[in-house]
Design a protein around this ligand. Structure first.
Ligand code: ADP
Ligand code: MG
Ligand code: ZN
Length: 479
């Protein structure tokens, strides 16, 4: 029998607000344990939550950017469970009437048509605290750090529309790109700012009844999401083939073994006893607020790609690479503003700039060569002042020194030589010194041509204009 895998993702997005969702405490990472707490996030009796408006704004932005409807009147609910990092004994979340519903993302799977993945809901909730084990100051005991308690999260729940691990990763990457682009999440997966629960089931091909799903909790890299889903699909198929049945359960992925293992079964699952939080009034969002937020949205990656193609004539590949992040797209556009040759700027940003950033481990936001400086370099190439080859040397020097291209070219005397008499005299010298090769060429061995080009470049220290060199060499060698 053949099996059809089905996947639905639940993604937690930690929001980049300065303060927590229901109190004014700072959300800054890495502070002294419990130094960023107050009666509200400590869960002290009688303390009342007050909703952070910024969180609502961020949720609306996320919803509008994923084609969701914004719920005019949404409700906060208490999700009840006991854990030492949750002093209130419940998490404030949304259950019925979440802030965003019925959205979608069109994912781009290479070589296929766009595929629409439904987004069931996006809701707001608070994070829990964190247990700290074996801290030396605590004599190897365990402690609770409540700095993270009450940190704002969005949970984005997809429909079970994904069919392969690749589709799941593409969906996840597009969602990641949108929330970082909007500036509502730093997207750091290692630190857990963007984490994913993957629900996986299999059913016989052609069936319209979904199989029983297992949920793999908190997978924190794109690579692990792919591995975890693939392992889980295989596990379920083998189980069914062996006459077993998949049970609904929560599983954990172990990156070391590449396997998932059971964490708790449905029988042990929590009954959260959701009910509307009586401490928080329903959240009413006016059309006017939604419209205002819509106006404030930046041009999204997809729209920007389209514009790069339509207005600047870039190929799809370039447009996609250059919109990998908003900062990269901004850099590119600033480069085009400085030098009006979009394709040349694109090539350099995707080539030398990306290479140099990778080598140095720096981010585009702190690129040592500014877009204006890059534009200055490209001007020198396009005007024929320096060759493309010399430009790479100049670029490396710009990267190190921060100097402008024309200054480096001037200081180091790198101006391209296009003057034919100067190049001719170099060629004459080389031909005189290599009569053997001249004979070979004239005897029909055309490959020797490259040798002569190399020699001219060497003698001119790379400064000779290649097209002038080619033309003159051809003439002279023919004799
Ligand atoms: P829960 O909180 O119980 O995990 P949610 O409704 O929040 O429930 O999320 C369920 C997730 O599981 C959704 O992303 C949904 O698309 C996915 N899902 C539901 N049924 C299946 C299934 N049979 N196979 C795979 N994924 C599924
Ligand atoms: Mg779930
Ligand atoms: Zn607080």
């Amino acid at each position: 029998m053949k099996y059809q895998p089905v996947i639905g993702l639940e993604v937690h997005v930690q929001l980049l607000t300065n303060t927590k969702i229901f109190c004014g405490c700072s959300t800054k990472f890495g502070a002294e344990p419990n130094s960023q707490t107050c009666p509200v996030c400590l869960g002290l009796p009688g303390a009342l939550p007050v909703l952070n408006k910024k969180v609502v704004e961020f949720a609306i932005k996320a919803g509008l950017s994923t084609n969701c409807s914004i719920t005019p009147r949404s409700i906060f609910a208490r999700k009840n469970y006991f854990y030492p990092d949750l002093p209130k004994g419940y998490q404030i979340s949304q259950f019925e009437d979440p802030i965003c519903q019925w959205g979608w993302l069109d994912i781009k799977v290479e070589g296929q048509e766009l595929k629409r993945i439904g987004i069931t809901r996006i809701h707001m909730e608070e994070d829990a605290g964190k247990l700290v084990h074996g801290d030396s100051e605590m004599n190897d005991g365990s402690g609770v750090d409540l700095n993270r308690a009450c940190t704002p999260l969005l949970e984005v729940v997809s429909e079970p529309d994904l069919r392969t691990s690749d589709e799941a990763v593409i969906y996840l990457k597009q969602l990641h790109q949108i929330v970082t682009w909007l500036g509502i999440c730093d997207g750091n997966m290692e630190e857990g700012s963007f984490r994913c629960d993957a629900n996986v089931s299999v059913m016989p091909v052609g069936s319209d009844k979904l199989g029983t799903r297992a949920e793999i909790k908190n997978v924190n890299s794109f690579k692990f999401v792919k591995q975890a889903i693939e392992y889980e699909i295989q596990r379920q198929i083998e189980l069914i083939e062996d006459g077993g049945t998949v049970v609904q359960e929560t599983r954990l992925f172990d990156p070391n073994s590449g396997k998932t293992r059971s964490m708790r079964s449905k029988e042990e699952a929590h009954d959260y006893r959701y009910f509307p939080d009586p401490d928080l009034v329903p959240l009413v969002i006016s059309d006017e607020w939604i419209e205002r937020t819509r106006q404030e949205l930046p041009e999204l990656p997809e729209q920007r790609q389209q514009r790069f193609m339509a207005e600047l004539g870039l190929p799809l590949y370039d447009a996609e690479v250059l919109t990998a992040s908003r900062a990269l797209a901004d850099y590119f556009e600033a480069g085009v503003a400085a030098h009006d040759n979009a394709k040349a700027v694109a090539n350099w940003v995707m080539g030398e700039i990306t290479r140099a950033l990778n080598d140095s481990g720096a981010a585009i936001e702190i690129c040592p060569v500014s877009p204006t400086q890059l534009g200055g370099l490209l001007k020198l190439i396009d005007s024929g002042t320096i060759s493309g080859k010399i430009a790479k040397t100049v670029f490396d020097e710009m990267w190190k020194s921060g100097k402008a291209a024309h200054i480096i070219v001037e200081e180091q005397g790198l101006v391209q030589v296009s003057d034919s008499s100067a190049i001719e005299s170099i060629i004459d010298g080389i031909m005189a010194a290599n009569t053997g090769q001249v004979e070979e060429y004239r005897g029909g061995k055309e490959k020797v041509f490259g040798f002569f080009v190399g020699q001219v470049m060497k003698v001119s220290k790379g400064k000779a204009n290649p097209s002038v060199v080619n033309e003159l060499l051809l003439n002279k060698l023919k004799g």
